[in-house]
Design a protein around this ligand. Structure first.
Ligand code: PLP
Length: 395
């Protein structure tokens, strides 16, 4: 073909990608990268990615099982029965909830994968997905990718960051197919109540809405607080499922393993979708996950003590500098009201410029996150001390 007639392909993204909420942190990311390139010591309190290592017996299990060629082949998409059984046993011990490992448990390539795919398995274009605001972004993007209409449930400090189910419009409720909830909550660190879950179940029954509760942070809690499972409530399994992750509890974010459990029909729909998209979790990772779940869970106490100490260091340290922030009872996030009437983005930019500390503007989690910033406790304690010193000077 001559140069003159050569065709140039115009590559256009699909409409569904264009419909995703815009990525709001371009400028902030750019400023962070520039500072790093200039050789500045940037402390990143932006991401919730544990700095501490995966416990050694989990690593050893991976090392041992990776030697076996039987573990090198495709795994089954629905996960090893041994893992599904270990998950069911863990649920029984931790929450006194009985699960059928075959029909009510489905391992995932990290819970984000299942969260993102669930609307594709359940929701038709134009149907409504109820999503908390602020929230972990994949609830919203998964719904948008499925062509759903997102209806937001504001989480307000006056209501302890629990949804006001009474404020959901009749129109949205009638058209809703799925509702996401998440406690302990990212980004607000709020813990749920039985009553909140009860109200969600009542609404779900009245309007035929599937509830998907994300309990990724259920094990990260302080001072005797033991977050409950949605599935502990009567009839919860009739209306919904619960997502879980090994990422946060066992410092395994890079391993990509989590699960969803609960309502068998919902699990079957997601499993059917997944057989068309993935071929299961690398088996040594599944054996390592079994090791994690079967180990003596009191070994997690030092990790919780570390997060609690870091939380106190930040909240008490910043209080001395005049920044009053409520102490979270769970998660490794601090949800802090922006001081001095600036927007969360302006404040985060100013903090980055003046202190080289990265914090996340609350508006990145939804419009109702405005007025707050999120600080993550997943950096070494020494760095966190340094961050508090720098913030204190800047405040
Ligand atoms: C609320 C919440 N759910 C789920 C996840 C995803 O975890 P995973 O590593 O299992 O995909 C995260 C990660 O930050 C999260 O904050």
């Amino acid at each position: 073909m001559s140069e003159a007639t050569e065709l140039v392909l115009t590559i256009e993204k699909a409409e569904r990608l264009k419909a995703l909420p815009p990525y709001l942190f371009v400028e902030l990311d750019h400023a962070k990268r520039k500072l790093q390139e200039e050789g500045h010591d940037v402390i990143d309190l932006g991401v919730g990615d544990p700095d501490l290592p995966t416990p050694s017996q989990i690593i050893q299990k991976l090392q041992a099982t990776v030697q076996d060629p039987a573990n090198h082949r495709y795994s089954v998409s629905e996960g090893l029965l041994a893992l599904r059984q270990a998950i069911a046993d863990w649920y029984q011990r931790r929450f006194s909830v009985s699960l059928n490992p075959v029909t009510e448990v489905l391992p995932l390539l990290g819970s984000k994968e299942g969260i993102g795919h669930l609307p594709l398995a359940l929701v038709n274009p134009g149907e409504v997905v109820l999503v908390p605001d602020p929230c972990y972004p994949p609830y919203r993007s998964g719904a948008v990718l499925a062509g759903a209409e997102v209806s937001l449930m504001p989480l307000e400090p006056e209501n302890q960051f629990l949804p006001d189910f009474g404020a959901i419009s009749q129109r949205a409720a009638r058209r809703a197919k799925l509702m996401f909830l998440n406690y302990p909550n990212n980004p607000t660190a709020a813990v749920s109540t039985e009553n909140c879950f009860k109200e969600a179940i009542e609404l779900a029954k009245e309007y035929q809405i599937v509830v998907a509760h994300d309990a990724a942070y259920s094990e990260i809690a302080f001072e005797g607080v033991r977050p409950i499972s949605f599935l502990q409530l009567p009839d919860a399994k009739e209306v919904g499922v619960e997502f879980h992750s090994l990422s946060k509890t066992y410092n395994m974010t890079g391993w990509r393993v989590g699960w969803v459990c609960g309502n068998a029909k919902v699990i079957a729909a997601l499993a059917q979708l997944k057989t068309n998209l993935d071929s299961g979790i690398f088996q040594p990772v599944q054996w390592a996950a079994i090791e994690a779940l079967q180990a003596d869970q009191t070994s997690l106490q030092p990790l919780m003590a570390t997060y609690q100490q870091r939380r106190d260091l930040v909240v008490d340290g910043l209080a001395q500098a005049g920044w009053q922030i409520p102490k979270p009872q769970a998660t490794f996030y601090i949800w802090a009201p922006v001081p001095g009437g600036q927007s969360s983005m302006e404040f985060a930019k100013r903090v980055l410029e003046q202190t080289h500390v990265v914090i996340t503007p609350g508006m990145g989690f939804g419009a109702h996150g405005e007025g707050f910033v999120r600080l993550s406790l997943t950096v070494p304690t020494e760095q966190l001390k340094e961050a508090v010193d720098r913030l204190t000077k800047a405040l």
